[in-house]
Design a protein around this ligand. Structure first.
Ligand SMILES: [Zn+2]
Length: 122
């Protein structure tokens, strides 16, 4: 599953887009489907199905022992970014990693949003 990290929490991509601004919509725990561009919770009537060819660039993160999301980095300490989730998954499989332990964090999906505190660091 792919998503974004907002205020240290993983928000899964809902596979929906906002009818108003066409931005991807993420599920926020206890608040439902949220559009960060319009900055509001969306009803079913406010959304439509996401284009099936939506393949954002992703970084790979895991929960560390402090229960914080930490990105996989290369030898120089730079976050590794993949062209899409398929390539990220196959890299993990190549290294015999269990996919269930990882989160695919969309990069730049929220680059125009004020709330993108975590994503902007990438
Ligand atoms: Zn919107």
């Amino acid at each position: 599953m792919s998503g974004i990290i907002i205020e240290k929490k993983f928000c899964e991509n809902s596979d929906l887009v906002c009818k108003c601004c066409n931005s991807p919509v993420w599920e926020i725990e206890s608040r439902g489907n949220f559009c960060f561009v319009c900055n509001r919770i969306l009803d079913d009537s406010d959304t439509e199905t996401q284009n099936q060819f939506y393949f954002p660039r992703v970084g790979i993160a895991y929960l560390n022992h402090n229960n914080e999301y930490e990105y996989l980095k290369d030898k120089t300490g730079k976050t590794i970014i993949f062209e899409n989730q398929v390539l990220a998954e196959s890299s993990l499989i190549t290294h015999k990693m269990n996919l269930e332990n990882f989160y695919f964090i969309e990069v730049n999906s929220l680059s125009n949003c004020k709330d993108n505190k975590d994503g902007r660091q990438l």
